[in-house]
Write a protein that binds this ligand. Structure first.
Ligand SMILES: Nc1ncnc2c1ncn2[C@@H]1O[C@H](COP(=O)(O)OP(=O)(O)OP(=O)(O)O)[C@@H](O)[C@H]1O
Ligand SMILES: [Mg+2]
Length: 307
């Protein structure tokens, strides 16, 4: 069953260009479904729209953003139609966020205990959740303020909050980017644990090795478009889109093998690129890629895939 279904979602920003406000798309007509009880990756380089996507689901977009079209069905109900107050009840309770910087979600003025009690005022449940996220010195941590804890510890607290709240859908936006590798792996293991409890996780990352090791399905984005999506078991064996292939070639897998950088860089959304947006960087570019946009068909948005 799908817990979340997104239809024709287009989001963009009003941006001041030479003192004139112009609108630019950051997400173009996104259609995607997320099966319950899995870890789904959203992957792509910096600036491809991963955070805009997550923040749209959470209705946490900045003031200059506009949702131009689309529906976001959470358990069959379009949450974009919810009034802000109704949605606030859902955020944190049914849908939780694990942000890149856990400081953003923790209030520096309150102890961890106070903040966890805000979610559920039951110390038994709180202590269980802290054990679950493998925090040993529970009593000390409860008395601490966020600044007294390490980044990894703060991230554990955020995951504990998701556990306490009983959220069904957890959106994790680069939850381990700020952490060193060993701490990062232990946080990712906790996400696996959440999945084993039946939660659904959408994990945003630019690191395909994380996708390979932890996720069931992956959606590859490029400049606001989904360029490829599939189960990880298929995608890593048989990547179709040149961008996915390029990302995989840039991944260290064999010792001594030279990594291939993707040529060029991702453009800002203010650059309008005709045809396939990846064509300026693509090794397989054809004439029609420069003028016609390939749509996502059979898991891939590239003319070479639909051949
Ligand atoms: N408030 C804003 N105003 C204008 N442009 C914005 C705004 N927020 C994001 N953007 C632009 O939208 C595009 C997508 O941004 P987004 O933050 O979703 O990228 P991302 O994939 O999450 O990147 P990263 O990996 O660096 O976090 C980028 O070009 C970004 O500059
Ligand atoms: Mg981001």
């Amino acid at each position: 069953m799908n817990i979340l279904e997104i239809k024709n979602l287009s989001v963009g920003f009003d941006i001041d260009i030479e003192r004139e406000n112009k609108f630019f798309y950051a997400l173009n007509n996104i259609n995607i479904s997320f099966e319950e009880g899995k870890i789904h990756a959203i992957a792509g380089e910096s600036g491809c729209g991963k955070s805009v996507f997550i923040n749209t689901i959470l209705k946490l977009l900045p003031k200059n953003a506009q949702i131009k079209s689309g529906e976001i069905f959470f358990r069959g109900e379009d949450i974009l139609k919810y009034k802000d107050n109704d949605f606030r009840l859902m955020r944190g309770r049914k849908i939780a966020l694990i942000p890149q910087d856990p400081f953003m979600s923790l209030n520096p003025l309150y102890t961890i205990e106070n903040q966890l009690r805000e979610v559920k005022d039951d110390i038994g449940v709180i202590k269980n959740a802290l054990n679950e996220v493998r925090i040993n010195n529970v009593e000390n941590v409860l008395k601490s303020y966020p600044h007294e804890l390490s980044g990894g510890m703060k991230q554990r607290i955020i995951i504990a909050m998701a556990l306490i709240s009983n959220a069904e859908l957890i959106l994790a936006d680069e939850p381990t980017t700020a952490l060193d590798v060993s701490v990062s792996n232990s946080i990712l293991d906790l996400l696996l644990n959440l999945k084993n409890k039946g939660k659904t996780i959408i994990l945003v990352t630019h690191d395909l090795s994380i996708v390979y090791n932890y996720c069931d399905s992956a959606t590859i984005m490029y400049l606001g478009d989904i360029v490829e999506e599939n189960k990880c078991s298929i995608l890593f064996k048989n990547p179709l889109h040149p961008y996915t292939k390029a990302l995989l070639n840039a991944l260290p897998n064999e010792r001594g093998k030279k990594l291939q950088n993707i040529k060029g860089t991702i453009s800002p959304i203010t650059d309008i690129i005709a045809g396939c947006k990846f064509h300026p960087r693509c090794d397989f570019v054809m004439d029609k890629c420069k003028t016609q946009k390939p749509f996502l068909t059979d898991n891939c948005a590239c003319f070479l895939c639909s051949k």
